[in-house]
Design a protein around this ligand. Sequence first.
Ligand code: ZN
Ligand code: ZN
Length: 561
Amino acid sequence: MPVSNKRFITAALPYANGPLHFGHLAGVYIPADIYYRHSRLNGFESLYVCGSDEHGVAITLSAEKHSKSFQEWVDQWFVEHQRLFKSYDIQFDAFGRTTSKIHEKNAQDFFKKIHDNGFLKEKSETQAYCKNDKMFLPDRYLTGTCGRCGYAEARGDECPNCGAWLQFEEIKNPKCAKCGKSEIEPRQVSQWYFDLPKLAPQIRKWLESQKDWKENVRNYALSLLESSPERAITRNVKWGIDLPAPWTDPDKKIYVWFEAPVGYLSNLQEYFEKSAHPEGWKDFWNAETPMIHFIGKDNIIFHTIIWPSMLLAAGQRLPTNVPANMFVQLMKKQFSKSAGWYVDAEYALNTFGVDRMRYYLTTLIPESQDTNFDWMVFREKVNAELVNKIANLFNRVGTQVLKHYGGRIEPSLFASHMPELKSWHERVVSHLEKFEINLALTAIVELTEEANKFLDESKPWNLVKESKEKALEPFARATGYMFSIASLLQPFVPTFAARVLSNFSIPLEDKDLLSHLYRQGGAKWLQGQGLQIKSDANFVIMRLEQAPIDEEIKKLGALKA
Ligand SMILES: [Zn+2]
Ligand SMILES: [Zn+2]
C-alpha cells in the first residue's frame, strides 16, 4: 500500500490528431484537474502530468490528407490542445510529447528491458502490401469490407461497426487508403510480439486485489483479461520510435500503443530535468507514491492490462488506481465532427465563460455510466445551482454586509458556531478521495441549500431595519457559510472561487493560506481574522438567457428530434 504524501496524477495523453470535445474534458481532464487541485489543497505534494501522443498511422494519414509534414501536423495539435486546456483552467504541471528525445530513450529502454526479461518474441505474420506505394499497409492504411459483419468501411485493424479486431485475411475488397488502389498483396513480414498471456496470471491477481477501484472498471478489466493474446509491438511504418540496437530495422518502428503510456514517465522526468532537482522524478516514480491514471473507457484495456503488464515485465512500479470514466454524448448522440454533431469547446467557453462551462461539465462527469450534454439542461442547471443557489447567496449577503457594516465582521462573531464548517470540508473530501466528484459537488450544493435555508428563517434583512446590532449575528453566520463554500469550491470552479476569496481580501498568491482555508472549510481563519469584504466586491454570475441557448440548438439542428 502506498504511504507517501506525494501523488502522481496523470490524464490520458490526447492524440495529436484533431480537436478535443466536451466528452474528453468531462470524461478525463476536468475530473483529473479537480482531483489534482483537491490533492494539493488537501496537503498532498501532487503533480499533474500529461502530454501529446504524437505517433501512429491515424496521424500520418491525416497529415498526408492535409498536405502537411507529420511533424507540422502534431506541432499544431500540441499547441491547440494546450490552449484549450488553459482556457478551461486545466492546470498541468508538465505537458510533454512523445516525439521528445527523453521519451525515445525511455520507450527503447522499455523494449530492451522487456526483451531481456523474456517477454518479447519475434513472429512472422501476413500483412497487406501496396504494390503501387511500395509499402506495407498498417491499420488504417488498409480499408475494406468487414468479413464478420459486412460493414463497408472497416479498417485494417478493426471494424468500427462490430468492434472486432481484424486480421488482413478477414477484410474483403481491400483497398489502400493512401492511393485508393487495390493493388494489394499479402506479404510475410516478421514483427516483435509482447507475451501478454505469460503475464496474465500475475495481472489477474493484481487486479483482484484492487479493492479501492471502481467496481465497474475492475470487473471490465478482468473480463478483458480473459482474451488478451500476444500483441505485435512493432510496425512497418515511417513515423514512430526506432527499435533499440541491436534490433534496429530501417523499415520498422515501435507500435504507438506500446510507447505512448511510457510518456507518463518521460514527461515526469522532463519536468524534473528542467528543474533544480533533475533526480526528483524518483520521488514520484516508486511503489510508495500513488500513481493515478484518469482515462476514458476506451482506454481501460491499455491502462489496466497492457501498461501494467509492461511495467511488470520491465520490473517497474504499478498504477495505484485507474478511475476510468464512461462517455459523454451530445444531445443523446455521439459527437461527430464530420456529421456536424459537434460543439467547438473553445467557442463554447468564449460564449458562456469558464465558470459556467466547468460547473456544468463537472455535473456531467460520467463516473459510472454515459452522460448527456444537453443545452437546455446546461441552462437550467447553471441558473438553478451556480447562479441562484451559490452566486445569489453570496451577492445577497455580501451587499448587505457591505452596506450596513462596511464589509467587516470581527472574529469573535465566528467563535461559537463555525466549527461545523470543518465537517463540511470532511464531507466533500470523503467523496473526492473515492473519485466521486459528482457527489462532492452535490454536497457543496446541499451546503448552499442549508445556508439559504438559514437566511430564509433568520431573515436578517428584516431584522436590520429594526436594529443593525440584532442582524449582525445572522449576517455573520451567513457570511461564514459563504466564505467556507468559496474555500471548498476551489478545485471545481477555480476562477469563481478565486474571485470570491479575493473579494474577501485573501491574497491569492499565498498557496499555503488557500490550502489552510480548504482544509478547515475556512473555520480557523474566520475565528482568527474575521472577514473584510472589499468595497468593490462583485459576487454576481449572470443568469443564462434562453436566446443564446436556442442559437446553439439551432446550429445542431436538434429541435426536430
Ligand atoms: Zn464488422
Ligand atoms: Zn497504395
